[in-house]
Design a binder for this molecule. Structure first.
Ligand SMILES: *Cc1c(COP(=O)(O)O)cnc(C)c1O
Length: 447
């Protein structure tokens, strides 16, 4: 049997209709270098989706490789209750330098969904322990995505992932999110005053007293198709949370570590959340690790004699894994020393300009929205009315298959094609990736 056949014999791949693999067998990757992946047959792919948005500084980055190898010969893992280690401590110290102010207590877990679950439980228990036992619900934005576990799905609202499980999910308050491309108020993302906050205002007035927290993806609703909304809206959400005594949880799992041009998306709005979740880029996409970070005030509400029963009895076996911390420390060092964000600001501009130049005039490209190096190309059936293609046509998926043949990993979100490449991508690599992308789209549409 070939490796492809053996793969399909055993492996149930994530987020996939496995029947699709009859036509598009799994691509078996042998090795990676920088933005490139190479399969066992010698084909090369440019990874402009950062292997699910986590690869921050390129595949097999020599400095991160070295850091993990060094750590490996010292300590691979240790129980994190009562025990600790230098890489975890140093990592917190270094993160303190870059995270929004006020955040200072770090609770480790091993994936994004787990960090979200941790945030939800923390917010709930915090409110209970400060005498607000009636605050049991969560608020969230429509089209939000926060992971796949039951709690995380409950505060997400994308039918694609959650619909079938509705009977299992918590009852949450959904606030209509900004939809800047098709703004119902006829405003423009770059000049509006975040007027669509009216939906949130209404929801807060009606439900805030029963809500412990609001969770949001700051500025970028990634899974919904790289939907981008302006900082002013996030700022207004922070104000509403303050006014109505609701905690703000910022899910920076996708947006953290320079993806939006600043270290964190919250920085664009100049706000600090009460709880922040980070993962993905944290270890450069090397090791599964996540952190839920919170304030002294929230931490203090759990701090008492053991018998008072206030402790946060939440744990994950791999909390604070030393290899993950070593990778994360290497990432921090590279971000600090190698001008990564400055360079990415430059290449980010270049990428958006290239895509705009080559694609925006096409009749089937509705919008090319961007923040940092992230660009979302929304394909539409009718540019005037902004009507989208029927989902059954799977336009994005068809283009994805063509792009793979041309050496581009461009996994779409419905009919939104997107670039979210490692921050170290060069202009030459961008030229090559954009050419492959444009020719794939043109091949599909025939022009
Ligand atoms: C990816 C993602 C998650 C979930 O992280 P996993 O590690 O896949 O569980 C949660 N929130 C956002 C915004 C994400 O992009």
């Amino acid at each position: 049997m070939t490796l492809e056949e053996l793969d399909l014999k055993y492996i149930w791949h994530p987020c996939s209709q496995m029947k699709d693999y009859e036509e598009l067998p799994p691509i078996i990757i042998d090795h990676g270098e920088g933005v490139h992946l190479y399969d066992i047959h010698g084909n090369e792919y440019i990874d402009v989706v950062s292997s699910w948005w986590c690869n921050l500084l390129g595949h097999c980055n020599p400095k991160i490789n070295e850091a993990i190898k060094n750590q490996l010969d010292k300590l691979e893992h240790v129980i994190f209750a009562n025990f600790s280690h230098k890489p975890a401590i140093e990592l917190c110290q270094q993160l303190m330098e870059i995270i929004p102010k006020g955040l200072c207590k770090f609770n480790f877990s091993d994936n994004g969904s787990a960090a979200v679950e941790c945030a939800l439980k923390m917010a709930f228990q915090y409110q209970y322990q400060r005498g607000k036992a009636e605050k049991t619900k969560f608020m969230c934005l429509t089209e939000g995505y926060h992971g796949e576990t039951i709690g995380a799905l409950s505060v997400g609202s994308m039918d694609l992932y959650a619909k079938i499980y509705r009977p299992m999910l918590m009852d949450t308050i959904h606030i209509e999110s900004p939809d800047c491309y098709r703004c119902p108020l006829g405003k423009n993302r770059d000049s509006c005053g975040g007027e669509c906050i009216c939906h949130a205002e209404k929801a807060f007035a009606e439900h805030a007293q029963e809500c412990c927290a609001l969770i949001v993806e700051p500025l970028l609703q990634g899974s919904a198709g790289m939907r981008i909304y302006p900082p002013v809206y996030l700022k207004k959400l922070r104000e509403l949370c303050d006014k109505y005594d609701v905690l703000l949880i910022a899910d920076e799992i996708a947006t953290g570590f320079g993806r939006t041009g600043k270290m964190f998306a919250c920085d664009h709005a100049g706000i600090s959340p009460d709880i922040m979740c980070i993962s993905k880029g944290l270890t450069g996409g090397y090791m599964p690790m996540a952190i839920t970070i919170t304030t002294q005030e929230i931490y203090d509400a759990f701090y008492d004699d053991y018998n008072k029963g206030k402790a946060f009895m939440h744990s994950h076996t791999y909390s604070g894994n030393p290899l993950g911390c070593a990778a994360a420390l290497a990432v921090q060092k590279i971000l600090r020393e190698d001008n990564i964000l400055e360079n990415a600001a430059e290449t980010g501009k270049y990428l958006h300009q290239k895509l705009t130049e080559k694609l925006l005039q096409k009749p089937y490209v509705g919008e090319i929205r961007h923040i940092g190096l992230i660009n979302g190309i929304e394909l539409v059936k009718d540019k005037e009315t902004k009507e989208g293609f029927e989902s059954e046509k799977r336009v994005g998926y068809e283009i994805y298959k063509i792009a793979l043949k041309k050496g581009l990993l461009l996994r779409p979100l419905g009919n939104v094609l997107y670039f979210n490449p490692p921050l170290i991508i060069t202009k030459e690599e961008i030229d090559c990736a954009v050419d492959r992308c444009v020719s794939s789209i043109e091949e599909y549409f025939g022009n």
